[in-house]
Ligand binder design. Structure first.
Ligand SMILES: Cc1ncc(Cn2c(C)c(CCOP(=O)(O)OP(=O)(O)O)sc2=O)c(N)n1
Ligand SMILES: [Ca+2]
Length: 528
């Protein structure tokens, strides 16, 4: 007799979900029984790290990732990481063990009461199957819902007495299904957009994370070059959709209404691709658009299209729509934009390093196809100015700003991309939210390099305190942390680099090795 357990593993296997990120409790043990030899379990010591690792793995692989959490408490611990996964369109299939069906109503220990409500609104779909025989079909639905555009996390609560039940007749059809998104706009829609772009006097391109998620970066380059358009990165950038030393590259837009309009002044057509319009952050009111400008938004997400405060929008497949635009628009006679000047290196000074110097050393030593996982909020601008990124999938930042992404995601990205080197660049504040991921890196020998920028403070909040006129906020300093001892405590070789020469030596050694390494770098605080 085929069980629900066997049928469910068949479905996971069919979709390549053979890596399980998890932290188990008694509710999950029956699911983990007879664990198949062709699956691997990646244990995280805290569910925030578990979801963060799975998020990095899914974003870097472009494929769904499977997560197994412990009932309500485990789901709750993972919610912070889920905010990032929701806004990064990360296809996570999150399962959670539930008490046995007959003990949910009495709210026995570890009963996940009203389980499908718990992760909302940070999931696209959540359910608890009405009976054991529906578990395989619900799991199949969860996988397809996560992976259909717009990709997103989903949640499935499964009572632990379901696994040993007999699977229903016909369950074999589920593993045979192929379900895929299409989504190319109509020829009329594409023709109208291509016409607007070709007629524009001074168009500008604004690119978001879903361009990188679709690996459409080369198409964005071709479109920018064909129309001689400057290319900005949409604000609150969580990925890098355009090579950062290309002549058309202009940097990351500020996350403020007024600031964006100022940067885009003079353009008559703003084409936004693969980003919400826009992910503002600090409230700086102003005109949504510069005078004389129109905005057209291409997105895979109907929610993004519907909630934007201005402009026209077209919902469709990012890659196919960009590909059609490249083919349809006329080559412009305008001159190609000039490349941005490179910032001068900072003079070496005694004492804590300037973050700019850290980034110059990283830029000097990182392989061309290195992947950067960034989570030091105050140094984002300096990083984009100084570290070159060339390939798709080169940069990941928490998409909702939910800290605790960096260290875990660096582990998940490195697991997904073993042929590329991953360098995590994490603030000494952020590092504490996902610190247990260091243990997973050590246990599974996942050779990410973790650079901790130690300025002893929540630098970004110090800047925000100025913006919001809160000069005396408590709780903004994080002195006295020793990440070398913390790293060693979790099993990771950890060193301090107090000057540029030792940073250069330690980073070179780490990149030449095949083990995880933590490098703590005392730095100055700079403004974002
Ligand atoms: C889970 C969580 N908690 C708190 C915050 C608030 N927060 C905090 C605490 C920041 C400080 C980050 O400090 P850092 O040391 O990581 O980096 P910088 O010093 O470069 O800003 S930035 C920010 O938005 C957050 N975004 N997410
Ligand atoms: Ca800091």
């Amino acid at each position: 007799m085929k069980t629900v357990h066997c049928a469910s593993y068949d479905i996971l296997r069919r979709h390549g979900l053979t890596t399980i990120f998890g932290n188990p409790g008694s509710n999950e043990l029956p699911f983990l029984k007879d664990f198949p030899a062709d699956f691997r379990y990646i244990l995280g010591l805290h569910e925030g790290a578990v979801v963060g690792m799975a998020d990095g793995f899914a974003l870097a692989s472009g494929q769904p990732a499977f997560v197994n959490l412990h009932a309500a408490a485990g789901t709750g611990n993972g919610m912070g990481a889920l905010t990032n996964a929701w806004y990064s369109h990360s296809p996570l299939v999150i399962s959670a063990g539930q008490q046995v069906r007959s003990m949910i109503g009495v709210e026995a220990m570890l009963a996940n009461v009203e389980a499908p409500q718990l992760p909302k609104p940070l999931v696209k779909w959540s359910a608890e199957p009405a009976c054991a025989q529906d578990v395989p079909r619900a799991l199949s639905q969860a996988i397809h819902m996560a992976n259909l555009a717009p990709k997103a996390p989903v949640y499935l609560s499964i009572p632990y007495d379901d696994w040993a039940q007999p699977a229903p007749a016909g369950v074999e059809h589920l593993a045979a299904r192929n379900v895929a998104s299409a989504g190319l706009p109509s020829p009329a829609q594409l023709g109208e957009l291509a016409g607007r772009l070709s007629r524009a006097r001074n168009p500008v391109l604004v690119l978001g994370p879903d361009v990188d998620g679709a690996r459409a970066n080369p198409l964005a380059v071709q479109l920018a070059e064909k129309l001689r358009m400057p290319a900005w990165i949409a604000p609150s950038a969580s990925r890098c959709p355009f090579p950062t030393r290309h002549p058309c590259f202009r940097g990351v837009l500020p996350a403020a209404i007024a600031g964006i309009s100022q940067r885009l002044a003079g353009h008559d057509l703003i084409l936004v691709v693969g980003a919400p319009v826009f992910r503002y952050h600090q409230f700086a009111p102003g005109d949504y658009l510069p005078a004389g400008a129109e905005l057209v938004h291409i997105t895979c997400d109907p929610g993004e299209a519907a909630r934007a405060p201005m402009g026209d929008a077209l919902v469709g497949d990012i890659f196919l729509t960009l590909e059609a635009m490249v083919e349809s628009v006329r080559t412009s006679a305008r001159p190609m934009p000039e490349a941005l000047p490179r910032p001068a290196p900072r003079a070496d000074e005694a004492g804590p390093l300037h973050p700019e110097t850290v980034f110059d050393v990283i830029d000097e030593l990182a392989p061309d196809d290195a992947i950067f996982v960034k989570e030091s909020t105050s140094t984002v601008t300096a990083f984009w100015q100084r570290v070159q990124m060339r390939e798709p999938g080169s940069y990941f930042f928490p998409a909702a700003g939910g800290l605790g992404f960096g260290l875990p995601a660096a582990v998940g990205v490195q697991l997904a991309q073993p042929q590329r080197r991953v360098i995590g660049i994490i603030g000494d504040g952020s590092a504490n939210y996902g610190i247990t991921a260091l243990w997973t890196a050590a246990q599974y020998r996942i050779p990410a390099v973790f650079i901790i920028l130690k300025n002893g403070t929540y630098g970004a909040l110090r800047w925000f305190a100025g913006v919001l006129d809160v000069p005396d906020a408590p709780g903004l300093d994080v002195p006295g942390l020793d990440f070398c001892q913390l790293g060693r405590g979790y099993g990771v070789r950890s060193v301090q680099a107090a000057d540029a020469a030792s940073l250069r030596a330690e980073l070179a050694r780490a990149l030449a090795g095949d083990e995880p390494v933590l490098i703590e770098v005392p730095t100055l605080t700079i403004e974002p």
